[in-house]
Design a protein around this ligand. Structure first.
Ligand code: TNX
Length: 556
């Protein structure tokens, strides 16, 4: 099933009755700011006559909701622009629907349900979309089935008021070490939007491969680089080791149309794509494909037997660097980024910057400061791993905090408070989704419940509990509250092959990251979280999304 052994496959479908009881007490992930449940009041009941009333800016969320509800209920559920009877679901967007007390929030919404219907209201289309994700979870789990199932399709009588703690709630997918197809990325998005992820960070280039087509169109005068080699050469390489049952990393790349399709699919779900080309380290794939970048001393000689540079396909890090003192490097990156910027409506371009161990520090700073200008000149906001804080970053630039013990981490709070940079927290021992659930047992690695995953960040165990019980602001107590843009859970893919394996590592731990990003810190509590998480397993199973059924949770 799904390319993993049964021990590694979540799933509770067999244990579930074909018709599950109506939801009695609401369980929503991430936990909303406030839910009032009137247990004595009659619930809302969806009927064959129900309609989705969604005019203007609410229309897209209306179509999305219909696509969830139609297959399982078998009802027609037309999306109409006016109406309103007790069996209807009304979605409304407009300034007049701003949520009281949360007028500044671009994502806040309210949801009311009962015998008179369901009404979701927000000032923005994104707010109503968020409300729709909450509404899905208020229906019985079988609403997620792709075949007609018996109801009743009820929603308890609730009044929800909700708004996120942070603007940035991201998950990263590393497609460089092992490729994921467009359809796989769409499945990944599907499994995470229901938890209100709003940014998808795509790690598009690393030592092992280059995954986005760059054409020769628009080269500046004197530039003789053949950019198509990035994918014709380095789209065909990947990790050579560490996969489950020794499967090597998957190769491939996105054409520009493919990438645009992902960006579009994400945007329709209010997810912003953050593309990363990691530099100046993690660049063996670019060096391998583009001879001009291999200035004297920039890259190791290829192995004469394989034609591939040493360490190319292994998980080893920190052995490659671009030549920071040669103009060809900047000609190359300006061309690459101008094409990616053109295809990326979101505000951020991620320039990497991690683990450049063979770049001299002054060269590294020189390089990063030039790259900040390159990105800003394209009208975009530079984003980088915490090492970027070594550079004199600008207001608005984003520092992704992955490890307190690495370069740049110590100076980052000052960069935020004084330069006006912002932080996205991805602390490895609490947020890295590529880590094995039960750490590393050096005595018997085969005995681990995790046939895949690394273990360096939390050698003991990277449990759901550990990933839930922390507060990003507490990790950086000196940083101004406005300096926190949000949180992200990165999935690195040294050991990940295909989307089922990605989902197995990411779910359910992504629910911790996304709740940390959404719910006020004072409202988060582990037992309450586990209780709500228990209901996610059945939904994921019905949606055909893989997950790890951790024994920490009593799955419903
Ligand atoms: C460190 S974290 C890396 C990645 C690896 C990851 C594996 C960071 C910014 N760089 O290159 O894939 O560890 O967990």
């Amino acid at each position: 099933l799904l390319g993993l052994p049964t021990a590694a496959v979540g799933g509770t479908l067999g244990a579930m009755a074909p018709v599950d009881p109506p939801v009695e007490s609401p369980t929503v992930l991430p936990r909303p700011v406030s839910v009032e449940h009137d247990a004595d009041a009659d619930p809302f009941v969806l009927t064959p006559d129900s309609r989705i009333v969604a005019a203007g800016e609410a229309a897209e969320a209306g179509a999305f909701l219909a696509s969830v509800l139609r297959p399982s209920t078998g009802y027609e559920l037309p999306v109409v622009t006016e109406g309103g009877h007790g069996a209807d679901i009304t979605l409304q967007v407009g300034a007049e629907h701003a949520v009281e007390g949360y007028e500044d929030s671009a994502e806040a919404y309210t949801l009311g349900s009962g015998a008179d219907g369901v009404v979701v209201s927000a000032a923005s289309a994104h707010g109503v979309f968020n409300g729709v994700q909450t509404l899905r979870q208020l229906f019985p789990a079988f609403v997620e089935h792709d075949e007609v199932t018996a109801g009743p399709w009820t929603v308890p009588a609730v009044s929800v008021l909700d708004s996120p703690r942070f603007d940035y709630r991201g998950i990263m997918l590393d497609v460089a070490r092992s490729f994921q197809t467009v359809d796989e990325v769409k499945q990944f998005i599907d499994s995470l939007v229901q938890l209100k992820m709003n940014h998808l960070h795509l790690h598009l280039a690393d030592d092992q491969g280059w995954r986005i087509e760059i054409t020769n169109e628009g080269r500046v005068e004197g530039d003789d680089i053949d950019y198509t080699r990035l994918t014709s050469v380095s789209g065909q390489t990947a990790m050579t080791e560490q996969g489950y049952e020794d499967e090597p990393g998957r190769t491939g790349f996105y054409t520009q149309e493919d990438y645009a399709e992902i960006v579009d699919y994400a945007a329709q779900r209010h997810v912003v794509v953050v593309p990363e080309i990691d530099t100046p380290g993690h660049t063996q794939a670019a060096l391998h494909a583009i001879p001009q970048l291999n200035t004297e001393g920039a890259a190791p000689e290829p192995d004469p037997q394989t034609g591939v540079p040493p360490a190319h396909g292994t998980g080893e890090v920190g052995h490659s660097t671009l030549d920071t003192r040669n103009e060809v490097t900047y000609t190359f990156l300006e061309h690459v980024w101008s094409q990616i910027a053109e295809l990326t409506p979101g505000p951020y371009l991620h320039i990497g910057g991690d683990e450049s161990h063979v770049t001299e520090e002054e060269d590294y700073i020189f390089f990063m400061e030039r790259m900040i200008d390159v990105v800003e000149d394209l009208g975009k906001e530079p984003f980088g791993w915490n090492e970027l804080a070594l550079a004199d970053v600008h207001e608005g630039n984003v520092l992704q905090m992955w490890s307190a013990g690495t370069a740049g981490a110590a100076v980052a709070p000052e960069r935020v408070n004084e330069n006006g940079a912002r932080m996205v927290v991805s602390d490895a021992p609490r947020a890295y989704l590529d880590q094995r659930y039960d750490g590393d047992d050096p005595e018997d690695p085969d005995d681990s419940v995790s046939p895949i995953g690394l273990s360096w960040a939390c050698p003991d165990e990277c449990t759901v509990e550990r990933y839930y019980d922390w507060d990003p602001q507490e990790l950086f107590p000196d940083v101004n509250t406005e300096g926190f843009l949000g949180v992200e859970g990165p999935l690195w893919s040294e050991t990940v092959r295909g989307i089922a394996q990605a989902q197995w590592l990411v779910l359910p731990r992504a629910a911790t990251v996304l709740e940390i990003g959404w719910t006020p810190q004072e409202d988060r509590e582990l037992e309450d979280f586990f209780g709500r998480l228990a209901t996610l397993g059945g939904r994921l199973t019905l949606q055909d999304h893989n997950f790890y059924a951790t024994p920490e949770v009593e799955w419903a």
